[in-house]
Design a protein around this ligand. Structure first.
Ligand SMILES: NC(=O)c1ccc[n+]([C@@H]2O[C@H](COP(=O)([O-])OP(=O)(O)OC[C@H]3O[C@@H](n4cnc5c(N)ncnc54)[C@H](OP(=O)(O)O)[C@@H]3O)[C@@H](O)[C@H]2O)c1
Length: 286
């Protein structure tokens, strides 16, 4: 196995745990491809995997973990609660199934995938309370949320006194999502930036291409480095080993303040989103 010598920095979460700032995301990696792709990512050097019940590939992630022989305490594994399972009993049952599929006795991080404010009579507080109980029972070292808008965060924190360790939200150069990032920072919550390269859309950007040429890197590397220098956690997805390597090589170059500002200026507000708006998204997968 070729193991990269790159050291991925860790971010300290407010519960005292450490998360690798760079990981490998497996959204849209088909189950039949997942074991092989995650094994490749491990070979490249990734030690943090981001999956979800909704992705339908937890079992294959688990198979890759088992086959890798990597010590459990060297891996960081995240999964997320599916939208149909917000009621406490469903959350507990589905979480037990996730652990079984992943072949783990605990995950490092369990997240509420979407707040679904228009579902469940607007109640995501009891779901959050259940997540905290699952953490206290030992099945998840840390618990957090995903796609929570500032008012959703305020609601769960006010009502339970429990602060999520992370909020995994969409952030890319065209949708810098400053309001949500600022709310996270106010509460001491780490931001995880999903679809960090806007699902590949940054590849043709002139500003990013100009910076990439100057620093001798690719547009994807420049964009991922921008996230890293902002302090966010990223886990780009790729089905191709050469891109896994490319996306992993982020820690031996730096962007200037001017580069950082120029990329942030690409923000297009709401129209820059690649995914749904958390205030209205209500899909319950089959
Ligand atoms: N919490 C949420 O609601 C949520 C939502 C979306 C995503 N996520 C998480 O965030 C992770 C990353 O987001 P994402 O998968 O949506 O998008 P992404 O990582 O921004 O982009 C992935 C896309 O870009 C391509 N790509 C990868 N590396 C590239 C490179 N170096 N140059 C050019 N193109 C490249 C990939 O194609 P190939 O595969 O063909 O290389 C794929 O089409 C997901 O896997 C998931 O773990 C979470």
């Amino acid at each position: 196995m070729t193991v990269s010598t790159t050291t991925v920095p860790t971010i300290r979460l407010h519960d005292g745990t450490q998360i690798p700032q760079l990981g490998f995301g497996v959204f849209l990696v088909p189950p039949e491809e997942t074991q092989r792709r995650v094994e490749q990512a491990f070979e490249v050097g990734y030690r943090h995997v981001d999956t979800a019940q909704m992705y339908g590939n937890e079992a294959e992630v688990g198979a890759a973990i088992e086959a890798s022989g990597i010590a459990r305490d060297e891996l960081y594994v995240t999964t997320k609660l599916n939208n149909g399972f917000h009621r406490p009993d469903d959350a507990r049952r589905s979480f037990a199934e996730s652990l079984e599929k992943l072949r783990l006795d605990h995950v490092d991080l369990f997240l509420i995938h979407w707040p679904l404010p228009t579902r469940y009579d607007g109640d995501f507080v009891s779901t959050w309370q259940t997540m905290v109980e699952l953490r206290d029972d030992g099945g998840a070292t840390s618990v957090g949320v995903s796609n929570f808008e500032p008012d959703h965060l305020d609601t769960i924190i006010d009502r339970t006194g429990e602060v999520p360790v992370v909020n995994q939200i969409e952030v890319n150069p065209y949708f810098t999502n400053e309001a949500a990032r600022a709310a996270d920072a106010r509460h001491g919550i780490a931001t995880e930036a999903w679809s960090p390269i806007a699902r590949g859309a940054i590849a043709g950007d002139e500003t990013i291409a100009g910076i990439a040429e100057r620093v001798g890197r690719t547009p994807a590397q420049v964009t991922l480095r921008w996230h890293v220098q902002r302090g966010d956690i990223v886990f780009p997805k790729s089905m191709r080993r050469e891109r896994m390597e490319e996306n992993f090589a982020l820690f031996d170059f730096e962007l200037t303040e001017a580069d950082m500002t120029a990329i942030a200026a690409l923000d297009r507000g709401e129209s820059g989103r690649t995914g749904p708006n958390p205030n209205t998204f209500d899909r319950i997968p089959d």
